[in-house]
Design a protein around this ligand. Sequence first.
Ligand SMILES: Cc1cc2nc3c(=O)[nH]c(=O)nc-3n(C[C@H](O)[C@H](O)[C@H](O)COP(=O)(O)OP(=O)(O)OC[C@H]3O[C@@H](n4cnc5c(N)ncnc54)[C@H](O)[C@@H]3O)c2cc1C
Length: 414
Amino acid sequence: MRITVIGGGAAGMAAAITSAEAGAAVTVLERNAKPLKKLGVTGNGRGNLFNTGEPAYFGDAAFALAALARCGISELAKFFASLGVPLREEGEGRVYPASLQASAVQDALMLRANQLAIDIRCRMRADNITREQDEYLISGRQGIGDDPRHPGEEPFSLHTDKVVVACGGAAYPAHGTDGTAYGLLTAFGHRQTALAPALCALTVPQKRLRGLSGQRVRVKLWLEDAQGNPVHGSRGEALFADDAVSGIAAMQLARFVKEGMTLCLDLRDELNSEQSALPFVQSLAASRPEQPAAELLAGAFSRPAARWILREAGVKDLSAPISALGPAALRAVAGTVECVRLPVLGTRGFAFAQVTAGGIETKDFDPETMESRLSPGLYAAGEILDVDGDCGGFNLMFAFASGLIAGTEAGGGR
Ligand SMILES: Cc1cc2nc3c(=O)[nH]c(=O)nc-3n(C[C@H](O)[C@H](O)[C@H](O)COP(=O)(O)OP(=O)(O)OC[C@H]3O[C@@H](n4cnc5c(N)ncnc54)[C@H](O)[C@@H]3O)c2cc1C
């Protein structure tokens, strides 16, 4: 049995290994110079491989859960153990390689692939798959560079019995995933849903974040739609740039961003309080009346964050004494601590997104096997499908799990 896996990412290498273990002759086609490039940067280089907590999926979440019911935490743990990768669980169910090095997982996957004599062909981009009687013909370009603007000169084609398409999505194109591979599956009648960057910084007007770049503030945050209805919320550390808000809590909202939305930030987690901020602000004002207004929130927030709050609250003269701030100004400061409202201009886009929301519609794939319902012997796994997860390891979890299922099934069944 000849199996060709297109895409040497997490899903593709998992599929290649399990199908080779089942006895198939496996070829991996990877457009980058090396497989598993993206895996190396995951989790800030630590590789958050999966999550033992409540699954948090979007797109076709039911499909993701059905796949994880077949290949879940214990199967994934077994797979990494078989590769010789000990695991370590950190907060919120996040599981990493015990070495906290994503590169260790890259090495272990490559070692196993070499042991199994998997034929890994790099700098090869598959552009078309066609079905010819009982086999598939894959064609594309070989010798391509990492720069998608300079395609290789040489065409290639190869025949195979089964194909696993594991080309990732449209996020982080610098790592070989520019969204062009969806066509490999739509050519068979599979449909593609709308795509959006997910797990990505939200952009806001630059002048509203003046002086805040590099600051981290613990917040509760949520998006409001154009009518002022709260849409989706999150909690954690917001990291500010000149014109954007990132950090896991903010990035998790990217998939919900639509035109005309507002980002609301409740800063009271910095005070470790859920109570109205007004009594606290009033007590600070009473305790330091002779100090300049700039010092009103000293001790509660970092200096840049404190100044930002005062500016957002409309306090113009930061050198005037705190005693000159009237009750309305103190109420405005407390109100700002409870909710800063920033118009959302958009997201940083696919170039910086960690994952793609949307993808190939899952209803034409069987989550038990990852096989296409439209073309037998054609499989898909990983981010190319309409499944995306929250931060915390859920995306690699689905990529590895669906890859393991596709590889096992393509290689000959359970
Ligand atoms: C910076 C960053 C950090 C992340 N951190 C985490 C994390 O800690 N935990 C987590 O769960 N998720 C994380 N993710 C998301 C996660 O990496 C992806 O969801 C996951 O890698 C998807 O796996 P995949 O195998 O489907 O696709 P990918 O890993 O993207 O692999 C697809 C492969 O296919 C190749 N390819 C594409 N088209 C073709 C073609 N036509 N022919 C040949 N080859 C092709 C690509 O070059 C690529 O190597 C992170 C993502 C980024 C960008």
